[in-house]
Design a protein around this ligand. Structure first.
Ligand code: CTP
Length: 400
């Protein structure tokens, strides 16, 4: 989490009583690292899982756990409700979700939520059978219809030892969504996004490939930011990482990437082509491993498929390309925009130490059909991704 990002923003972190309560500690840490002000509320059950002292020490404030405590004059939930700019229920148990959906207020968490009109984020965590129960799903749907943001739980090993859906979303994902809610960037809700990432690998023989230095980090950041802003995201990548809340498709060659993108682009609203596609691929793939000899080896390369050109313009699909350039950033970007009939090109300078390919940082120039839309200075790729989505959003809204 980037320092200062949430400076002064007021977050109420409401912890309910499940085994995942300890993961709320990490959320609190990430939020305070981003300079948010955090007040922690706990249900009585939550205090049995994690002691309030832990949250007190990390937030620097008393924890609201007993709403009948005389010192607060019975007003704590009202004060907290007025104070909070956003309330995040992390983890949200089936019981707490039911109470919030029905308006039951019998302890500090449900009481505060009922008294608040701040945006509400709910990160469920429970046994898979409890999560998939129609009753729980109905309650979540009711909360969602009242604009609560649900951070879907992940699949994985549950406390019961069984593998299923119900594991609390990763703290980084929860905090990213909280941030999107706070800065009013849940603006990709209902938008279907496809992102490509990584360098394609063009096979030479069964064990070798022709490739490039792309790490897939920029594409992954674009996918994660879009998901945090509410989009349904498919990430087609050569560097699989199984990111939570994102539909990931692992591919190798440009041909495979094209086939996956063809499928994923059906009905999509935005395609961001951040992948570094190999421009050339071996003419033939040796069926068995090439043996070492003392003679030089000539690899004959043929031009590879141009994915963006092959996909072509489609009604309703906003197409964004990347341009990795060593010089003439703007003019190259403008040329690519026209040549590939794109809506936007994100140009980045390669060959500069500490940014671009394989780095955690990038600096980009964003070019739209009307010229330069934004110049983004060297920033972590996550931040750059946010600026790119801001630009996409602005251009799409202008176009519609
Ligand atoms: N791209 C593609 N298929 C290719 C090559 C590139 O779809 N075979 C996409 C990239 O994902 C990127 C954009 O086209 O979004 C521009 O990629 P880049 O490599 O900068 O440009 P090229 O078209 O390959 O031109 P050049 O290498 O000559 O700069």
């Amino acid at each position: 989490m980037r320092e200062g990002r949430l400076k002064g923003r007021r977050v109420a972190l409401a912890v309910s009583g499940g085994i995942a309560a300890y993961k709320a500690i990490e959320c609190l840490r990430l939020l305070t690292e981003a300079d948010a002000q955090v007040r922690v509320l706990m249900t009585p059950e939550a205090t049995r899982f994690v002691t309030p002292l832990t949250f007190e020490a990390l937030s620097g404030h008393p924890v609201a756990a007993d709403w009948l405590a005389a010192t607060a004059g019975g007003e704590t939930h009202i004060k907290l409700a007025e104070w909070a700019e956003v309330i995040g229920v992390v983890p949200a148990t089936a019981n707490t979700i039911a109470k919030l959906a029905l308006g039951i207020a019998d302890e500090i968490v449900s009481g505060t939520v009922l008294a608040s009109r701040a945006p509400l984020l709910i990160a469920p965590a429970m046994n898979d059978l409890m999560f998939t129960h129609p009753q729980t799903q109905d309650h979540l749907a009711a909360l969602q219809s009242r604009h609560a943001v649900i951070v879907e739980p992940a699949s994985g090993r549950l406390a019961s030892g069984k593998v299923g859906v119900g594991r609390l979303a990763a703290p980084e994902r929860i905090v990213a969504v909280l941030e999107a809610v706070l800065v009013q960037r849940r603006n990709l809700d209902g938008v279907r996004v496809v992102v490509s990432a990584g360098g394609t690998r063009e096979a030479v023989d069964p064990v070798r490939y022709v490739g490039n230095f792309s790490s897939g980090k920029m594409g992954r950041a674009l996918a994660e930011v879009a998901a945090a802003r509410g989009a349904a995201v498919t990430l087609v990548t050569t560097v699989a990482s199984n990111p939570e809340g994102i539909d990931e498709v692992a591919v190798g060659s440009a041909k495979e990437m094209l086939a996956a993108l063809e499928r994923a682009s059906v009905g999509a609203d935005v395609l961001v082509m951040a992948a570094a596609v190999a421009d050339y691929a071996p003419d033939t793939i040796a069926p068995s491993k090439l043996r070492r000899t003392d003679k030089p080896l000539d690899l004959h390369l043929r031009p590879n498929v141009d994915i963006l050109k092959s996909l072509g313009r489609r009604p309703g699909l906003f197409r964004v390309g990347f341009a990795a350039e060593t010089e003439d950033l703007r003019s190259q970007a403008q040329q690519k925009l026209a040549a590939k009939d794109l809506d936007m090109v994100v140009a980045n300078q390669v060959g500069v130490d500490g940014q671009g390919l394989a780095s955690d940082y990038n600096a980009v120039t964003i070019v739209g059909s009307s010229g330069v839309v934004a110049e983004v200075p060297r920033l972590p790729k996550w931040e750059v991704a946010g600026r790119i989505w801001d630009a996409i959003d602005a251009c799409r809204n202008r176009g519609s």
